[in-house]
Design a protein around this ligand. Structure first.
Ligand SMILES: N#[N+]C[C@@H]1[C@@H](O)[C@H](O)[C@@H](O)[C@@H]2O[C@H]12
Length: 449
């Protein structure tokens, strides 16, 4: 039986995604102010092997040839983030012209190579000067973020058509304030919901600011990890509902519905504040799209001893090489996209991140590194996106995570997600087979899957 031909919508965005602190290097160059990740990675014991973002892929100095590499792959879009501290070194007030100029040159080169930028304003690298003023625990951060966003909108909205306020607010609140494993490294159940709420207030304030000056599209990027009960027991079903509310609904629902899921009270207990209606009104600014970062699913089992969700994730058979063994489960992407279609009114969606880390074969000096596991992962997940489109989900683009192997936060350089191999000694970029595969998928608008 011949395979049905796969074709994506005509103007579908095909891109790769990165973020400033993970690929740029030179974190303090040309007047930039340090971020919480500069401080965190320079604090012994916080990042595996003591790795930092001081050099990483050196994109800050190699951006021109990197854009040419993107063009050679046939990308028609590229998702990257702006380092807040390059533009406003103290987070508010003084603008650092050199920082803004860097991103303007990057946007201009992308456009000159037929590549649409999708720009994220905040991808975890909060200016350290704002962390000194309370960071995401200070309600004023909504105004600080809107001030920064306005500076960038005014400079670049005539060329940038797709904006994102925040990347994965859940990771910032859960990793940075609940568990303390990411910057700024707090472990406090009373801080986590406040950080989460202020992140979303900042999102709302930036969208509100955008509507006054912008003419294009702005959205929110959330990580969605669909939750499946390990059994149909009441305990496992309740645990699954808690896990889904805590990760998948806690950010989408204030943004789209103006309310928080009730289950958060079961998670945070007396740490769960009662927020003023005015806050939720601010958060629920109409957005033009939802960005979904999808990697894996979670099979959830009740575990009264597990903090704070009173549940654990049951390991499955085939998984990637992330520490917690992220299962390869493309059906979870179909389920997620149909869940959003049905629960939130079928909003326009971009898959703003999807990819996998595998231990690639030892680096060889040959032209290409073989990474068959990543090719298989991408093929199955891009096919899943097509399945969701055929079933009526309004999906408008796909961004592979990531263009390069890069600084994987607390895992340092130990995890490689790139379609392009990075030699961290020589900074040589080497295409993997997954890069060639993805390039063919783009060139045929999906037919090469
Ligand atoms: N882990 N992991 C890979 C990837 C991370 O490198 C990105 O910065 C995040 O947006 C998201 O968590 C996904």
């Amino acid at each position: 039986m011949t395979k049905p031909s796969i074709h994506f919508p005509k103007d579908f965005l095909w891109g790769c995604a990165t973020s400033a602190y993970q690929i740029e290097g030179s974190p303090l160059a040309d007047g930039a102010g340090p971020s919480v990740w500069h401080r965190f990675s320079h604090t012994p014991g916080r990042v595996q092997d003591g790795d930092t973002g001081d050099v990483t892929c050196d994109h800050y100095r190699r951006w021109e040839s990197d854009v040419d590499l993107m063009q050679s792959l046939g990308l028609n879009s590229y998702r990257f983030s702006i380092a807040w501290g390059r533009v406003l070194p103290e987070g508010t007030g003084r603008v650092n012209a050199a920082g803004l100029d860097f991103y303007e040159r990057l946007v201009d080169r992308l456009l000159s190579r037929g590549i649409q930028p999708m720009v994220t304003l905040f991808h975890w690298d909060l200016p350290a000067a704002l962390d000194d003023r309370g960071g995401w625990l200070n309600r004023d951060i909504a105004h600080w973020f809107a001030e920064y966003a306005n500076v960038v909108f005014r400079r670049l909205d005539d060329r940038v058509k797709y904006w994102t306020t925040l990347n994965e607010p859940w990771v910032v609140a859960d990793g940075g304030y609940m568990h303390g494993v990411l910057a700024p490294g707090h472990r406090n159940i009373f801080e986590a919901p406040r950080a989460a709420h202020h992140l979303m207030m900042a999102h709302g304030a930036a969208v509100q600011a955008y509507r006054a000056v912008g003419r294009n599209q702005i959205g929110l990027v959330v990580n969605i990890e669909p939750k499946y009960p390990a059994s149909q027991s009441d305990a496992d079903l309740a645990a699954t509902r808690r896990a889904e509310a805590y990760m998948n609904r806690q950010y989408l629902e204030p943004a789209l519905l103006g309310s928080y899921p009730e289950e958060l009270h079961e998670v945070f207990g007396d740490a769960c504040p009662k927020w003023p209606e005015a806050d939720l009104k601010l958060i629920k600014q109409p957005i033009d799209y939802v960005g979904v970062n999808y990697y894996t699913r979670a099979v959830v089992r009740s575990d009264p001893t597990a903090w704070p969700l009173k549940s654990t994730t049951v390991k499955q058979k085939q998984h990637t090489h992330m520490e917690t063994g992220w299962e390869v489960f493309p059906q979870g992407l179909v389920d997620t996209l149909l869940w959003i279609r049905d629960k939130y009114g079928n909003p326009p969606v971009y898959i703003t991140e999807n990819g996998a880390c595998f231990f690639d074969p030892p680096q060889v000096e040959g032209p290409v590194l073989e990474d068959p596991l990543r090719v298989d992962y991408l093929r199955k997940h891009i096919t899943a996106v097509h399945t969701a489109i055929q079933r009526g989900a309004d999906i408008r683009g796909y961004f592979a995570w990531s263009l390069f192997d890069n600084f994987e936060w607390a895992f340092g350089f130990s995890k490689r997600f790139g379609l392009v191999h990075m030699n961290y000694e020589t900074l040589k970029r080497t295409l993997k087979t997954s890069a060639h595969f993805y390039s063919k998928v783009i060139a045929t608008n999906g037919a090469a899957l």
